[in-house]
Design a protein around this ligand. Structure first.
Ligand code: 4NP
Length: 156
């Protein structure tokens, strides 16, 4: 089993979108029993809340469910429970590196899996309002991440 945790600041916009998109891709490839997926935030402003209306709307347009998802905070245990902690931007990445110490999870940025991009941060739609841009980047990153995991862990 490969365990993947998507991480952003509030866990209401980007990381729940990545969780839902990645879950959908994994399901389509029938790899649900080989990849475990979750998301969390490094900030505690929205704990227990459902995804942001903008995230819900764009997922709905794509026919992807985010039913039942609720914001939760990053925990120390996450560094032991997950194999990959996938940050949405440099701020989340830095928080993970600073709090994780020598734990075993690999800490990476989602857009590092995408070649030929100038900026490997996913802009925060909580501030930009551009959930379409977020979806395009998250979708591209999740597709590449799945290809990487399939090859690295020989999933089929
Ligand atoms: P997210 O966006 O990290 O993509 O979930 C944010 C949501 C809420 C806040 C910041 C970013 N906030 O400051 O409340």
């Amino acid at each position: 089993m490969v365990r993947v945790l998507f991480v952003c600041l509030g866990n209401i916009c980007r990381s729940p979108m990545a969780e839902a998109v990645f879950r959908d891709l994994v399901k389509k490839e029938q790899l649900e029993d080989q990849i475990q997926i979750d998301s969390c935030g490094t900030g505690d402003w929205h704990l227990g809340e459902a995804p942001h209306a903008g995230t819900k709307e764009i997922l709905h347009q794509q026919g992807i469910s985010c039913d039942g998802m609720k914001s939760r905070l990053l925990t120390a245990d996450d560094f032991k429970q997950f194999d990959y902690m996938v940050a949405m931007d440099q701020n989340n990445y830095r928080t993970l590196i600073q709090t994780g110490g020598q734990e075993r999870a690999a800490v990476v940025k989602l857009m590092k899996f995408v070649e030929d991009i100038e900026d490997d941060d996913i802009p925060d739609p909580y501030y930009t309002g551009d959930f379409g841009q977020t979806y395009r980047l998250v979708s591209e990153g999740c597709n590449r991440l799945l290809q990487f995991l399939k090859e690295k862990h020989h999933l089929a």
